[in-house]
Design a protein. Structure first.
Length: 128
C-alpha cells in the first residue's frame, strides 16, 4: 500500500510542507518533487492551436499527463476552499472572475467542463 494512504491526510488549510501536499494530493512525494524541481517548466506543457470563430487561431498551452491531474486536484480544492471561506464569512461576491465561470449554473456554457481553471503548480507551492 502506498505511503500516502497509510498516513492521516491533513485538510487543505493544514498543509505546511511538500510532504503534506503530496499526501493531500495522494501522489508520491518523489513524483511531486520530480515535477517541481527536476522537470524543466517548458516541458510541463505542450502547445497547440485551435481556430477562433472570428478568424485567426488561439494558442493553447496544455499541461502534460503528469501535471494535469495534480492541477485539477489542486484547483478543485482551492475553489472549494474559497467557497467555504465565503460561506463562513457570509460573503456574497459581487464581482466575476475565472473561477466563477465554473459554478454549476454556468457549466452549460462551457461545453461540459466541470473543473475550475488551473494555475501552475510551481506558483502554488513556492512558499512550502
Amino acid at each position: 500500500m502506498p505511503f500516502f494512504l497509510e498516513v492521516h491526510v491533513k485538510g487543505f488549510n493544514e498543509i505546511a510542507s511538500r510532504n503534506d501536499l503530496a499526501m493531500f494530493l495522494k501522489i508520491p512525494i518523489s513524483k511531486l518533487t520530480y515535477i517541481l524541481y527536476v522537470v524543466n517548466p517548458d516541458k510541463c506543457y505542450h502547445s497547440f492551436s485551435i481556430p477562433k470563430k472570428s478568424g485567426g487561431e488561439r494558442i493553447i498551452d496544455a499541461p502534460n499527463d503528469d501535471l494535469k491531474p495534480i492541477q485539477i486536484k489542486l484547483s478543485k480544492c482551492l475553489w472549494e476552499y474559497q467557497q467555504d471561506i465565503w460561506k463562513r464569512n457570509g460573503i456574497t461576491p459581487n464581482i466575476a472572475h475565472a473561477f466563477q465561470l465554473y459554478t454549476p449554473s454556468r457549466q452549460s456554457h462551457l461545453h461540459g467542463l466541470s473543473e475550475p481553471p488551473c494555475r501552475t503548480l510551481r506558483a502554488a507551492v513556492t512558499e512550502l
